[in-house]
Design a protein around this ligand. Structure first.
Ligand code: ZN
Ligand code: ZN
Ligand code: ZN
Ligand code: ZN
Ligand code: ZN
Ligand code: ZN
Ligand code: ZN
Length: 583
């Protein structure tokens, strides 16, 4: 972020003008390639990832690399969009907008041994100590170097313009590199890094993995930015807002919810607003009803408004000089509403937490189940296949996750904060019933699935195990379908009829959050122990990290968790549980 664009006004005005084209190029969208397309870009593969896109542009337009890069930076590495502009507006427009000048100025070359006058410093310098840019402007190397240094320091490495007045051309990166490295090798390095990282920083499709401590990877998506991904470090996150994966909550809902949960002041405020310490024993006392004479369990009566101890026969009129008269019925109403809002929040929060906590409990089940499997395997039984129990567990984790995040979703969907103006009270009630019906069905089946998975099947007869197996398989299919339905309900029935431009929700993935795969083009043997390809033997543990578990969401702990897990594909199934089970 050092190389921020904020200081470059030109850049922003350029981008604004670009946005005007937004709707015009829609017909030029290419069909995305099939299969999992999310990629992990490591430090090692960044260069080749960038090369890929550069190559395409260089080949199509027969350009040199630095021109292709200038174009791509201008179009935020969106090759399709760049091509669309080319088709629609032509090459000249494309180049002009981005500041690319591909005119050869052979005729202008000064003969060797001659001198030129630099228009910046007005010095006469030998032509070998001056440099002519592609746009034709020629200045002395000292002036160029100064200019480049200033721009790099200002964080504008990616778009250094020519020094000439009103010249829009972007300087050749080779010239910058060459001149800067002669005098300031450290700055040249910085410049190089900025150019390279532009592929991440300026690219709509690429984002740094949000893990802390940072794993050093970036993730590139192919199509829809509203998706959830897993980095090769194990970090699962929402690509759009970079917080933990939170669907079926929208990014905005999740942001609001996370903030609400963080704000302990919510609770603190409520306690301050709704209880007062007893003047005798100092326990907080809650006010009951409208009467401002409250009494504590210790027997002490006191005035709610001033907190002063009173006799039991305290009345307002009987205390002279008392300021309690400022009490207004309005204030009472306000605090009643705050109380109601708080109870509403607690209702959703408690359920959200309950599922998050169950999830943590069930994560431990994994090991217990492993043990039960090996005990049963040792017995001389005809039970050989235990994929159903592992698949059932995966299904349980995924469904729990959906359930857990469905509560903050409902909190905002049916609350006053976001959609108050978009639904009538009746509409909202109908929608709420519809959703809660789905949610409760899912909840019921998830609990059943959980119950069956907790059965100590290693102590059961074969027939009983077979019965549990059937239940687990059935419930796995049912919960998967119900999760799908919850997402469909949200998309079609709840948000579909509203103008919900800023409530995009990552689609439901039956197989769990997609793991980004390593960019294959740059796979080097010496990396293999550091970054295993994500498809081999890594365990899958998609868990919602609750609001109170920030210590667990770190990258490093997940890395450990993966290493310790058994290989052999037990927990790394690329097919939905039920599909594998039928085989
Ligand atoms: Zn000069
Ligand atoms: Zn120029
Ligand atoms: Zn990562
Ligand atoms: Zn998000
Ligand atoms: Zn008391
Ligand atoms: Zn009273
Ligand atoms: Zn009083």
């Amino acid at each position: 972020m050092e190389d921020g664009m904020s200081s470059d006004e030109d850049y922003y005005s350029d981008r604004d003008s670009l946005d005007g084209l937004e709707n015009e190029d829609s017909e030029f969208h290419c069909t995305p390639p099939k299969g999992p397309t999310t990629k992990v870009i490591t430090k090692e593969s960044l260069l080749s990832a960038q090369r890929e896109d550069l190559r395409r542009v260089m080949d199509l337009l027969s350009l040199r690399e630095h021109h292709a890069r200038t174009l791509l930076i201008y179009y935020r590495w969106d090759v399709e969009r760049l091509f669309a502009v080319l088709v629609e507006k032509g090459k000249a427009f494309l180049f002009d907008q981005a500041g690319v000048t591909v005119v050869e100025h052979e005729g202008l070359e000064s003969p060797l041994g001659s001198t030129i006058t630099c228009d910046i410093c007005m010095d006469d310098v030998p032509s070998v100590e001056a440099t002519r840019e592609d746009c034709g402007h020629c200045f002395c190397n000292n002036c160029w170097t100064e200019h480049f240094m200033v721009k790099i320091n200002e964080g504008q490495s990616r778009r250094i313009r020519c020094m000439a007045h009103k010249c829009n051309a972007i300087c050749d990166e080779a010239v910058v590199r060459n001149l800067v490295s002669k005098r300031h090798p450290d700055m040249a390095e910085k410049f190089e890094r900025f150019l390279l990282e532009s592929y991440i920083e300026d690219n709509k499709r690429v984002k740094w993995c949000p893990s802390t401590p940072h794993c050093g990877n970036a993730i590139r998506i192919e199509d829809d930015e509203f998706c959830e991904v897993e980095c090769s470090c194990g970090m699962q996150f929402c690509f759009s807002c970079l917080s933990e994966a939170h669907s079926p909550c929208s990014c905005l809902m999740w942001e609001l919810w996370a903030k609400k949960c963080r704000d302990e002041s919510e609770t603190v405020n409520w306690i301050t607003a709704h209880t007062k310490p007893c003047p005798k024993c100092h326990k907080p006392v809650e006010k009951n009803g409208g009467c401002n004479l409250v009494s504590c369990i210790c027997g002490q009566a006191f005035c709610w408004l001033c907190g002063g101890a009173t006799g039991r026969d305290h009345t307002w009129s009987s205390i002279s000089g008392h300021s309690c008269g400022r009490y207004k019925a309005e204030r009472e109403k306000k605090s009643e509403r705050a109380k109601r809002d708080h109870y509403r929040y607690m209702h959703y929060y408690n359920r959200y937490r309950a599922h998050t906590d169950s999830f943590k409990q069930e994560s431990k089940l994994k090991e217990i189940i492993q043990e039960r499997v090996s005990i049963t395997e040792e017995r001389d039984s005809r039970l050989r296949d235990f994929s159903w129990v592992n698949n059932g567990l995966l299904r349980l984790f995924r469904s729990r996750r959906v359930l857990s995040y469905s509560y903050p979703f409902a909190f905002y969907m049916f609350g006053d904060e976001l959609f108050n103006d978009e639904m009538t009270k009746e509409e909202r009630e109908i929608k709420q019933h519809l959703f809660e019906d789905q949610q409760q069905q899912l909840e019921g089946n998830v609990e059943k699935l959980s119950k069956f998975l907790e059965e100590p099947f290693d102590q059961y007869s074969e027939d009983k195990v077979m019965e549990i197996r059937m239940q687990v398989i059935n419930l796995s299919v049912i919960t998967d379908t119900l999760c799908q339905k919850v997402y469909e309900c949200i998309e079609n029935d709840l948000l579909g009829s509203l103008q919900y431009g800023n409530h995009n929700i990552a689609p439901y993935k039956s197989k769990g959050i997609e793991k980004a795969s390593e960019l294959t083009a740059c796979w080097k043997a010496n990396n293999s122990d550091k970054y295993p390809p994500s498809d081999c033997g890594a365990s899958e543990l998609d868990r919602p990290s609750g609001s109170g578990s920030s210590d667990e969401s770190g990258c490093s702990s997940r890395k450990r968790a993966r290493k310790d897990s058994p290989g052999g594909g037990l927990f790394d199934l690329n097919l939905p549980a039920e599909v594998i089970d039928r085989n």
